[in-house]
Structures are given as structure tokens and as C-alpha cells.
Design a protein around this ligand. Structure first.
Ligand code: ZN
Length: 57
């Protein structure tokens, strides 16, 4: 599957940048440090082992 678009996000724990694939174009992303019960999201683990969630709005 080819990614439509990508977006740079920042780890909320250490500030390291990561690039995620977006499920569609023109979507806002919100970084959260804990899981929420709604919305499309992806999980990111930075090179320091921090896990965070990115929600698509
Ligand atoms: Zn981190």
C-alpha cells in the first residue's frame, strides 16, 4: 500500500522527530502520550523506546 502523504511528528517525551504516513490527505494530527478511545490513530515508537499515539482528526 502506498502512502498518500506523510507528516513529521515530535516525540512528546524527548523531542525526537519521526515521520508517519497519513491515511488521507488534508488531515490534522494530534500527538498524545496515552491512548484514547476514539478516532483513527497510529502508534509511534521513537529510537529511545518512547511510545506515543498520533490521532488523525
Ligand atoms: Zn522519545
Amino acid at each position: 500500500m502506498q502512502a498518500i502523504a506523510t507528516k513529521a511528528v515530535t516525540c512528546p517525551h524527548c523531542g525526537e522527530s519521526a515521520t508517519i504516513s497519513l491515511p488521507r490527505e488534508e488531515v490534522d494530527v494530534k500527538v498524545r502520550q496515552s491512548v484514547a478511545a476514539f478516532g483513527d490513530h497510529t502508534t509511534v515508537t521513537c529510537s529511545d523506546g518512547h511510545t506515543y499515539w498520533v490521532y488523525f482528526c
